[in-house]
Design a binder for this molecule. Structure first.
Ligand code: N01
Length: 527
């Protein structure tokens, strides 16, 4: 079996690293899996979602010789968050050489921080380079996953009627996949156009219109500089100002690409340098240290350099620790707010009327369109769909007071189930992908263990999960995220179910060991 198709690889233009003795592993897994008694019609693995995490798992499963898997995708295209977030100005706020897989580097990035379209194209290139298309079933929206204890497999049902069985399941839907409209009184009454940042309607022409943007988070600071160029009047409704840092964005010179194409190790070296640069930022972003104060001073100097009006400076000055909310990265956000056709509104929104937004000072702001850059429904105290584990237990109910998992990836009582970007796996200072790769390796290791050892069940022990979480929460208590501001990282009660309180290297290290003692296993009985 040719693990990596050389023709596809050459066509894709990606620099693809070969896995460790992939062929040898493949032979081992295939021969053992064939004798492990999988009834026909049961996949070895079912992956939910075809964003970076789902496709990354597929690539690594294939590389280790596991090909009896399927990917379910609710939409008609791969790409996850980068397919959905196509708003004007959408780009990554992490450098592209770091926001890409180490095993599929792209020498062709056009900028240091690439736009959403280019990132989506990269995702498509991976599908082609690794021959993944045949594994994906589109328009399959999972609405339930149920563990069948007697048979030792998961049963997955979809809104569209599809039902699938699989010995192992990877939930790779990502935490930021469901757009969230705010709970503002009267929102349904508005007669103009409503657009969420993650569901952009490109057919709606904003030229010359009166537009409101609600929210000033990571999405909004990218949208506002673009909208201000075309709309008639832009009103930005800010609830909480964030810390803003400059973005060292530049077009990639041709010679740069040529070097990366010919000498992939040069790109790896750049990636490494970027990794360590971001890793060092943890000391300012995650914990309240003298570097946090230094970061705040730099951000304020940036604010003062870009904004001259003292009133506006005061409105834009954050009152929480740097890092407590996501640090915003933009060179053109502050200048956009000062354009003659832009107005920053800091009065809280009281209601939305038929014609616009009414603020607490009694003013009604009449607009043609409201852009909601108000973030996502993050499953931090619910599950993204109904998940029923051993003895009928319900993941949504168990997570009602805050999601918990073992090493962010397995949940006790839900055997053979792996969650990418599960509870407490989020980074605040480094690329999501450097956290994702160790998760993918962990998934593949777990799945291989189940298949090669002929296991019916691999389930994490409750005590192992408890002690892991006790430690995580103890460490989180000392972080900036838990220092008093409100953010999507926390539940309403202030429980942090999303972030990992440490360096990416620490996270990768914990994921690099598979502690068999923390799991219970049961063999699959072959009839
Ligand atoms: O969402 P957010 P986002 N009335 O939740 C405001 C990733 N991302 O889409 O701060 C008024 O951060 C809310 O106000 P407040 C990244 O991980 C990555 O911007 O709660 N305002 C806030 O200003 C990021 O963290 C990239 O007071 C209301 C905004 O809406 C995550 O996505 C780019 C409100 C929501 O900000 C989410 O970012 C973009 C209300 N009722 C995003 N409700 C990359 O480049 C909410 N708000 C990788």
């Amino acid at each position: 079996m040719d693990v990596i198709d050389k023709k596809s690889r050459a066509k894709s233009g990606l620099s693809i690293a070969k896995g460790r003795s992939a062929k040898k592993l493949a032979q081992q897994v295939i021969s053992k899996a064939q004798t492990s008694g999988s009834p026909s019609g049961v996949f070895d693995t079912l992956i939910i979602g075809s964003g970076f995490a789902g496709l990354g798992c597929a690539i690594k499963l294939k590389e280790s010789g596991i090909e009896n898997f399927i990917i379910l995708e609710r939409k008609e295209e791969v790409g996850g968050t980068w397919r959905d977030n196509q708003y004007p100005g959408a780009a990554c706020d992490i450098p592209s050489n770091l926001y890409s897989f180490s095993f599929a580097q792209n020498p062709e990035w056009s900028r240091s921080y690439s736009g959403s379209k280019e990132i989506l194209a990269y995702v498509h290139q991976m599908v082609e380079a690794f021959n993944l298309a045949a594994f994906i079933r589109f328009k399959q929206t999972v609405n339930e996953a149920r563990w069948n204890e007697a048979a030792g497999h998961w049963e997955i049902s979809c809104e569209e009627g599809g039902v699938y069985k699989a010995r192992t399941v990877v939930m790779a839907g990502g935490p930021l996949s469901n757009a969230k409209l705010p709970n503002i009184k009267g929102i349904e009454r508005f007669e103009g156009k409503k657009i969420h940042s993650a569901q952009w309607d490109h057919s709606y022409d904003m030229a010359g219109k009166r537009v409101a943007v609600v929210g000033t988070g990571a999405s909004a600071v990218q949208i506002i500089p673009e909208l201000v160029k075309t709309v008639g009047k832009l009103k930005v409704f800010q609830r909480t100002p964030g810390w803003v840092m400059p973005r060292p964005d530049f077009a990639t010179p041709g010679w740069h690409k040529a070097v990366f194409r010919r000498l992939p190790f040069a790109q790896t070296a750049v990636r490494e340098a970027l990794f360590w640069l971001h890793e060092s930022m943890a000391t300012a972003v995650i914990w309240n240290s003298p570097l946090t104060k230094l970061g705040q001073r730099l951000s304020l100097a940036f604010l003062n350099a870009q904004v001259k009006d003292p009133w506006m400076r005061r409105q834009l000055k954050p009152d929480f620790n740097l890092g407590c909310k996501r640090v915003l990265v933009s060179n053109d956000y502050y200048p956009a707010l000062q354009k003659p056709n832009c107005e920053l509104i800091t009065w809280p929104i009281a209601t939305i009327s038929e014609k616009g937004l009414r603020t607490a000072d009694g003013v009604e702001h009449l607009v043609d369109c409201i852009v909601f850059a108000t973030g996502f429904d993050v499953p931090k105290n619910s599950s993204p769909f109904k998940v029923t584990g051993r003895d009928g237990r319900d993941l949504g109910q168990e997570w009602a007071k805050g999601a918990k998992a073992y090493k962010s990836i397995n949940v006790s009582g839900y055997p053979n189930l792996f969650i990418t970007f599960g509870p407490n796996s989020g980074p605040g200072h480094n690329s999501a992908l450097v956290f994702m790769e160790p998760q993918i390796d962990y998934v593949v290791r777990g799945v291989r263990k189940i298949l090669t050892e002929g296991l019916k069940m691999l389930d994490v022990k409750p005590l192992a999960q408890e002690s892991y979480n006790a430690d995580i929460q103890k460490r989180l208590a000392k972080t900036n995220w838990n220092s008093g501001c409100k953010s999507w990282y926390l539940t309403e009660d202030g429980f942090n179910a999303t972030m990992y309180p440490g360096f990416a290297t620490q996270y990768a290290s914990q994921m690099s060991t598979f502690e068999a003692k923390d799991y219970v296993t049961e063999p699959l009985r072959v009839r």
